[in-house]
Design a protein around this ligand. Structure first.
Ligand SMILES: [Zn+2]
Length: 227
């Protein structure tokens, strides 16, 4: 009798142990599934804001022959970068997708409202003489924007053979501390000057390497957001 009782008790104990193991394994599976879902959700939330500088009656800089407007080059490259980022599975938002005037305040508002992970403003430079790429970031650097700016300048310079003029902090003259968009976006941001519209060589390089530049810019942005 006692022997049977012990045997039953042992069986009972084994059943409890197996049940505990099953519950524990189920718990681990559930945690893993939740983590995967959270990760995917997080990835979906990584929105990149692309800002094509100027637009509408604000034409931006103009080429030496007055035929070429910065606003059009900015939009053309921005739309291509968007296409490349979406191919890589990134969500994007544009501050403008056509030739229209959007205030600097609204540009920042769009990015801040969407809680974008990054703000990239695309421009073209102008000067009596000047060639190559430069990037502007805030004097108060946010997170890794300096490295991102450096990486973007490197691939642009490599893609086109035009000089890398480096990453700069602040504003190009002393009338302001920072570019408005760098000062008023909540996320890492930078303003990219994609060659000089006042240089025929830079314009030629811009036109000939547009697709390549867009692909490289998108790749660098994508990589910078993979952690
Ligand atoms: Zn501009």
């Amino acid at each position: 009798m006692n022997f049977n009782l012990n045997l039953n008790e042992k069986k009972h104990n084994y059943a409890v142990i197996i049940a505990v193991i099953l519950v524990f394994v189920s718990f681990l599976i559930a945690v893993k599934l939740l983590a995967d879902t959270a990760e995917k959700h997080y990835e979906r939330q990584m929105i990149v804001c692309l800002d094509a500088g100027h637009g509408g009656d604000d034409v931006g800089a103009v080429s030496a022959d007055s035929k070429r407007y910065e606003k059009n080059d900015n939009l053309e490259l921005t739309l291509k970068v968007q296409e490349e980022l979406e191919k890589l599975g990134m969500d994007t938002v544009l501050t403008r997708d056509k030739d229209e005037k959007v205030s600097l305040r609204d540009r920042c508002r769009i990015a801040n409202k969407k809680r974008c992970a990054l703000f990239v403003s695309i421009h073209r430079n102008s000067a009596d003489s000047g060639t190559g790429f430069e990037a502007w970031i805030s004097k108060r650097e946010k997170e890794d924007e300096h490295k991102l700016a450096e990486d973007l300048l490197s691939v642009l310079s490599e893609s086109t053979g035009l000089p890398n003029r480096g990453v700069k902090n602040g504003y190009r003259d002393i009338t302001a501390n920072n570019y408005y968009i760098n000062a008023n976006t909540n996320m890492p941001s930078l303003l990219l000057e994609v060659g000089f519209i006042t240089s025929d060589d830079d314009n030629k390089a811009f036109d000939e390497n547009l697709d390549k530049m867009a692909t490289e810019i998108a790749k660098v942005i994508y990589d910078s957001l993979q952690n």
